[in-house]
Design a protein around this ligand. Structure first.
Ligand code: CTP
Length: 400
């Protein structure tokens, strides 16, 4: 299941930074639903928040008018975390004193979901004993905090009270959502995306891979604390947070980048590597010139998964491959796993109509030893999370 937070945006000048925060959270595959206090609507518009979060936005006034406050309370209870950002001095005071005079404070009072607070206020307000006492109260009740930072503030004063940078808040949210980092200290190598095998300077041989599955796996392993190197063929996807991406174009480059990234504890080959490359790439664009179409001589590309699976001191202790098949999925996958020498294999049916290439859903058979386990159809991000959890379980008993 995807992690989901409720972001309560308070009414301060720093509210604009919450827009960037929403963008960063979605990049980390965290679902965000927002509540704006009435004063927050003077700083950011519900429309921008809705556009960025891709979810309905709740404001105190609208919610009361719609008489749907009860639904929102249910919403806050089903979230994994409530985040208050920016938390103004006023909002902190109302939280500390148990007010429930608008939707935001009602939600905060009516739930026992963990709360993370990102304060932002004028330095004197921050230092005031009333605020410090309110913060102490909230801390003793288990509220988590990120920031504030020290620096120049919108009001021109200098000192503590500035909202933390959105990156830092996003990381604090991730830490709160995923406090256990079972893969910390592990290096995971992931290949993803297609390869482009050039014919000449303007043409290439490629395939339909979008890279989504491999990128989701890289993100899921990073969320569990792994140091992740993502060797990626050409895709239009953003690099997941906390992941080191190495961009490559061809299969030969992908193999070289993987070898350079070793040693690693685990390698996951999710890339759709081109099986063949053109023997001699033309230095200039091939012209038609009225003659017969050119004949392309193809040579086989190196097999990255098979290379990484070869016994040796640099072999990752867990090597995982994918099998993309269009028929007799299980039989082909079993044979492929044996041929490549990897430890686990995830087999998926990529035949026309399954929409696996480019789509967000996938259905896999999971092969470990002689066991074949069918996983139900799910989002690629959920497959990634399940796989990362399995990897963590596998490593839990072996020393780092
Ligand atoms: N793979 C690889 N290097 C290659 C070809 C494939 O690392 N040159 C990896 C893929 O990343 C995947 C696995 O091998 O993890 C299986 O890829 P797949 O395309 O299903 O199989 P192929 O090896 O290409 O075999 P075939 O074309 O016969 O199905």
């Amino acid at each position: 299941m995807r992690a989901r937070i409720i972001l309560i945006i308070g009414g301060g000048i720093a509210a604009y930074k919450s827009l960037e925060l929403i963008r960063l959270l979605r990049k980390r595959d965290i679902a965000v639903e927002c509540v704006l206090t009435e004063s927050a609507t003077h700083f950011v518009t519900p429309l921008s928040v809705q556009g960025l979060s891709g979810a309905p936005v709740h404001t105190a006034l609208l919610s009361l008018a719609e008489d749907s406050q009860m639904d929102h309370i249910a919403l806050s209870r089903s979230a994994d975390l409530l985040v208050v950002c920016p938390a103004t001095a006023n909002l902190v005071a109302r939280m500390a004193n148990g007010f429930a005079d608008d939707l935001a404070t009602t939600l905060l009072l009516a739930t026992d979901t963990p709360v993370l607070v990102a304060p932002a206020m004028n330095v004197r307000m921050w230092q005031h004993p009333a605020t410090q006492e309110n913060l102490r109260l909230l801390r003793t009740r288990g509220c988590l905090f990120v920031g504030p930072d020290e620096g120049e503030m919108a009001c021109g004063e200098f000192g503590p009270g500035r909202l933390s940078e959105p990156e830092a808040i996003a990381s604090a949210i991730e830490d709160a959502l995923f406090p256990h980092k079972p893969l910390s200290g592990r290096h995971v190598l992931v290949t993803a995306g297609p390869t482009h095998e050039p014919i000449d300077p303007v043409r290439f041989i490629a395939n339909h891979s979008s890279g989504k599955q491999g990128y989701a796996i890289a993100a899921a392993c990073a969320q569990l604390g792994a140091q992740v190197t993502l060797v990626s063929g050409p895709t239009s996807l953003p690099c997941p947070a906390g992941v080191t991406r190495v961009d490559v174009t061809t299969a030969v480059e992908m193999l070289a980048a993987c070898k350079a990234a070793l040693p690693s504890d685990c390698a996951i080959c999710a890339a759709a590597v081109g099986d063949w490359r053109v023997a001699e790439t033309a230095a200039q664009k091939r012209k038609k010139e009225g003659g017969a179409p050119p004949e392309l001589t193809l040579v086989e590309n190196p097999d990255i998964l098979a290379t990484l699976s070869q016994p040796g001191t640099l072999r990752p202790s867990l090597v995982i491959g994918f099998a993309a098949e269009t028929e007799t999925l299980e039989a082909h996958a079993v044979a492929k796993k044996r041929r490549k020498g990897c430890d686990w294999m995830l087999a998926n049916d990529v035949s026309t109509g399954t929409n696996v290439f480019g789509g967000d859903q996938n259905r896999v058979l999971f092969l470990d030893g002689d066991t074949v386990e069918p996983w139900s159809a799910m989002a690629k991000t959920d497959i990634a999370r399940s796989l990362a959890a399995r990897i963590a379980a596998r490593f839990s008993s072996s020393p780092r």
